[in-house]
Ligand binder design. Structure first.
Ligand code: SF4
Ligand code: SF4
Length: 153
């Protein structure tokens, strides 16, 4: 049983497992393939997504074993979330870790999941699977996503 707004009343490491999982808005942006500039270390997003993401639901198809299946897939925890630089500014875990509230479009606030699509936060319908793109062509898919270059608050 989730008692809202738990994200304002508790610290991240006080969340129950159910609350932790519910905090994910399901945007799918953490599953985008990223490119890192070897010289500058700058990370750019693409419109290519991990082959294990279900593009209909934007959820992982191998969630329980994702770090085994995809060694570069990072399990977000209360301890590491603040240090994951490429986590999108819209990510609920990042926002709460930074002391911010959830936006209106977050399903826990809006009461439904369509809001992340109408707000343009979800990757749904805007990505291609990495299985369909060769590594040599990834640069052609560099893309900016909402708030990649800063967020209003
Ligand atoms: S970016 Fe954050 S909120 Fe969006 S799917 Fe990933 S973990 Fe969930
Ligand atoms: S393994 Fe799952 S959670 Fe990890 S990047 Fe791929 S789709 Fe996302």
């Amino acid at each position: 049983m989730i008692s809202k707004p738990f994200w304002k009343n508790k610290k991240l490491d006080e969340f129950s497992e159910e609350e932790w999982e519910a905090l994910c808005d399901g945007c799918g942006r953490c599953c985008l393939v990223k490119l890192e500039d070897f010289d500058t270390g700058e990370i750019e997003n693409t419109s290519v997504v991990c082959e294990f993401m279900d593009q209909g639901t934007c959820r992982c198809t191998t969630y329980e074993t994702r770090q085994l299946v995809v060694p570069t897939c990072i399990k977000v925890t209360p301890q590491n979330v603040a240090g994951i630089e490429w986590m999108p500014p819209t990510c609920a875990y990042r926002r709460v870790a930074e002391g911010k509230d959830l936006e209106w479009w977050h399903p826990l606030v809006a009461g439904e999941h369509e809001s992340i699509i109408t707000a343009g936060i979800s990757v749904k319908g805007r990505v291609i699977s990495e299985a369909e793109v060769s590594d040599d062509d990834l640069e052609d898919y560099v893309a900016e996503w909402p708030a990649d270059r800063g967020f209003s608050d």
